[in-house]
Design a protein around this ligand. Structure first.
Ligand code: PEP
Ligand code: MG
Length: 836
């Protein structure tokens, strides 16, 4: 019910008695801190739209939403008091964020009884959140019915907007350092805006000589505030102190950002050599081939005058489709344990819901734009802001936005990712996006060249992960190279050679051939056992998670399976495997390995590893909780079932059992005893070997006592690093520091080997350190005799072993224990045992 361009009558969203804010049983609402408004004690169970408008915010838990009326007034509707604690239970949202709704439309259905029983109050709030532009007049009497006039919203005069009434009521300001990784870009800025929206005070950020209102996301991002920068935040209004406190908390709350490599962003290099474009290496490698250019989607001019509802719906459907595509990419990444890919696409999912984008696109659609153009423009506005900042980390996030632009446009236009490229092509583009990269890698592309981009961008991280040579920041000239021209991409040196001579071409082929040959030689010898030059035998086994991977490991020359992570055998299912099914799965791994032995680790759930069919109690510190062997404390039946399945594989002498997360001898003794009992019950005369993982410092320090009762020890350097250094192994910000080359780790490995030697037991390493050829001489030197590595690296690690002198490794590696840092150890390793 819009009375004129600015004034508006809100109709009652609920039926029931009307209360003034002062009578609401909640201090924050009653004080007006959230804005001026009114309350209704509802007698019905459905919240309706008080006016025509767009839903601009929906609480995750469904208990509150905000509508922006056509005159710009923003109205928060909050059902009940403290209802957030129901965590969504009892609320059914009938609309989505971004949806256009009409006055009277049902928005949220709720369970009146449940709220009455479980929450402080049913009293529901209708609050004007942008009171600086509008003011309220109550229209209702003591009670209202849905649809009856409730409040009149009147625009303030320009003069009163410029000088808000509560200006003098309070003013506060404080300096704060930004801890958000990557600075105040889209997501943290959206958080700040959201926080500021909860107060009636006017909040501003000041940085350098610029200021921006906390209401404006673009304004906030436009300040170009980086991580670690100090800013001043000021609030003016009656709730200035409270707003300031909330903003300081939001500004200094570090959000986990997508994982990036350290920020080593070089400025665009200058091309000095004729016929060579100079860029920045994002992923090394040397390749030659035809250069083929990819282009993005170009839209024709918008004819305008589209029906807003239709376009909003199209956008909604497209966004939902892209969301579900990204979710499935995420799921794949999760299954493959590809943390980098997972982080990147999780960030995309969050960006897709960024209110700044949705608001801008919906706003444009309401003014007659097509969904396609509205979406493109919303993204481009944000990209322009990010790029104008001159800060590489911000500019690189613009590429993630462009990825979402292309994906949503493609969906809106009903187009598929359509570039058909011959295998071996080198692809050039203005800037490729993460999803382009996944497609290109699947099409056997040989290399990537980009006019823009940075070495820390998500696409660079993905390229490194896929081993796809990639150079960024080559400049616009790369786009002028004729389609199909033969080029050489020397990615390690950031060079794109535009007119390689035949001789150069031949040389590149030669180098590639030599690398291939070396790999082939390693592969050819991979079936042979590995001995050092002085005759010490090192077993190179494989880490696997399935019988298919075991097959690959066997073909690549694995001397056995050094670690079967049984928790991954049954990840993608909702019901627990029974004994029979487990037995088949373990037997399949044994069968895939010929006559080689297989180390099967008992289930290691908890911490970062969760199984759908095995819900675990919520713990404050899951990584320090009931994980690994400790699970037997709470679910002894599960371990019993697994041990019984293991004892029935054939031949049993090829099966070794490994216990994860052991921290004391008793845990081992108890399992040994249980294993004996089960063997008796199954009438087995033979006992499988039983080993323990050394992955917590306590186990390493107790290695000698453990070795007395264990048949072997296997060091899990991933967890051992996490627990020794007290750094989360999955923490993006600490990734470079959770380094198993740390001298503290080497000391624990040395102590483990020494303890095991006292009882004549052997020690293996199955953590990621075993797969790093730089570490091979150190591990051999410290006394490790088995390395369990990723299946594709078996040939390489065996080759490394064959070039080592174990006595020299012994002598030099003990010296590394006295060094002061992981970096120093790495440098010393490079010096003693260079990697060619
Ligand atoms: C380890 O912790 O090093 C290990 C091999 O176990 P996981 O990575 O499965 O925790
Ligand atoms: Mg572990």
């Amino acid at each position: 019910m819009s009375n004129n361009n600015n004034d508006l009558t809100l109709s009652a969203p609920l039926t029931g008695p009307v209360l003034t804010l002062g009578n609401v049983p909640d201090d924050v609402f009653a004080s007006g801190a959230m804005g001026d408004g009114i309350a209704i004690d509802p007698l019905n169970d459905c919240l309706h739209a008080p006016c025509d408008g767009v839903i601009i915010h929906v609480a995750r838990t469904g208990h509150a939403l905000t509508i922006r009326a056509d005159n710009g007034a923003e109205v928060l509707m909050h059902v009940g008091i403290d209802t957030v604690e129901l965590n969504g239970e009892g609320f059914a949202l009938l609309v989505k964020n971004g949806a256009r709704v009409s006055q009277g439309q049902a928005l949220v259905q709720f369970d009146l009884d449940r709220i009455a029983r479980q929450c402080k109050s049913l009293v529901s709030l209708i609050i004007l959140t942008n009171g600086e532009r509008f003011q309220l007049r109550a229209l209702a009497g003591q009670a209202v019915k849905v649809g009856q006039p409730l409040l009149q919203i009147v625009a303030r005069s320009a003069a009163s907007v410029e000088a808000p009434v509560d200006n003098s009521a309070g003013e506060a300001s404080v300096h704060v350092r930004i801890t958000h990784r990557g600075g105040l870009h889209a997501r943290p800025a959206a958080l700040i805006r959201k926080t500021a929206q909860g107060f009636s005070s006017q909040a501003q950020l000041h940085f350098g000589d610029k200021s921006a209102s906390c209401d404006s996301l673009i304004g906030l991002m436009g300040l170009g505030i980086g991580e670690g920068d100090e800013v001043r935040v000021s609030c003016r209004g009656k709730d200035a102190e409270a707003a300031l406190q909330a903003l300081v908390a939001a500004l200094s709350a570090a959000i986990k950002e997508a994982h990036h490599a350290p920020a080593v962003v070089a400025p665009r290099p200058v091309n000095t050599e004729v016929g060579v474009l100079q860029g920045v290496c994002a992923a090394p490698g040397l390749v030659c081939g035809p250069l083929l250019r990819l282009t993005g989607i170009e839209l024709p001019d918008d004819t305008g005058n589209h029906v807003a509802d239709e376009q909003l719906q199209r956008l909604d459907v497209a966004l939902e489709q892209v969301r579900s595509e990204i979710r499935s990419t995420l799921e794949h990444a999760r299954q493959r344990k590809n943390v980098e890919e997972e982080d990147i696409f999780a960030a995309h999912l969050a960006l897709l819901d960024d209110p700044a984008l949705l608001d801008a696109a919906t706003g444009a659609i309401e003014h007659g734009s097509a969904a396609t153009h509205a979406w493109r423009d919303a993204i481009q506005t944000q990209c322009a802001v990010l790029q104008a900042l001159g800060k590489p980390l911000f500019a690189e996030r613009a590429n993630d936005l462009r990825d979402l632009q292309q994906r949503v446009l493609r969906t809106l236009l009903g187009e598929a990712w359509h570039f058909e490229l011959p295998a071996g092509a080198i692809v050039s583009a203005h800037e490729l996006t993460p999803s382009d990269l996944l497609q290109l890698s699947a099409q056997q592309t040989a290399g990537i060249c980009m006019a823009e981009g940075g070495a820390t961008s998500h696409v660079a991280i993905l390229a490194r992960g896929k081993g796809l040579p990639c150079v960024v920041a080559l400049g616009p000239e790369v786009l002028d190279v004729p389609h199909g021209q033969r080029v050489v991409l020397d990615a390690a040196n950031g060079r794109l050679e535009l007119a390689p001579s035949d001789a150069r071409h031949a040389e590149v082929h030669q180098i590639r051939d030599a690398q291939k040959l070396r790999r082939q030689q390693q592969q050819a010898q991979s079936q042979q056992p590995a001995h050092t030059t002085d005759g010490v035998s090192i077993e190179v086994a494989a880490n696997v998670a399935s019988s298919a991977e075991a097959q690959v490991a066997f073909e690549n020359g694995a001397d056995g399976v050094g670690l079967l992570r049984t928790e991954f055998l049954f990840v993608d299912r909702r019901t627990a495997p029974d004994e029979q099914e487990q037995r088949h799965a373990y037997q399949a791994v044994l069968d895939a390995m010929g006559d080689k032995s297989v180390i099967i680790r008992t289930i290691d759930v908890g911490g970062d590893k969760q199984l759908d069919y095995l819900p675990l109690p919520v713990e404050a510190n899951p990584v320090l909780g009931l994980r690994g062997i400790r699970m037997a404390q709470v679910r002894p039946d599960l371990l019993d079932q697994q041990l019984r399945a293991l004892l029935q594989v054939c031949p049993l002498e090829r099966c070794r059992i490994l216990l994860p997360m052991v921290s004391e001898v008793d845990e081992l003794l108890q399992i040994r005893q249980r294993l004996d009992e089960l063997c008796v019950a199954l009438e087995l005369t033979q006992r499988p070997e039983l080993g323990v993982m050394i992955e917590v410092p306590a186990a390493a320090l107790m290695a000698e006592q453990l070795a007395k009762h264990a048949d072997f020890l296997s060091i899990g350097t991933n967890d051992l690093s996490q627990y020794t250094l007290a750094m989360d192994r999955d923490h993006a910000g600490l990734a470079a520091r959770v380094d198993a080359f740390h001298p503290a780790l080497l000391r624990l490995i040395a102590q483990t080997c020494a303890g095991a030697a006292k009882h004549g037991r052997w020690v293996g390493v199955c953590g990621a350190l075993a797969s790093d050829p730089l570490a091979t001489p150190v591990l051999v030197g410290l006394g490790v005799s088995e390395l369990s590595v990723s299946p594709l690296q078996i040939g390489e690690i065996k080759d490394r072993v064959r070039h080592l002198d174990a006595a020299q490794c012994r002598q030099l590696s003990h010296g590394l224990l006295d060094l002061s840092s992981a970096k120093a150890v790495r440098q010393a390793c490079q010096h003693h045992w260079p990697l060619s």
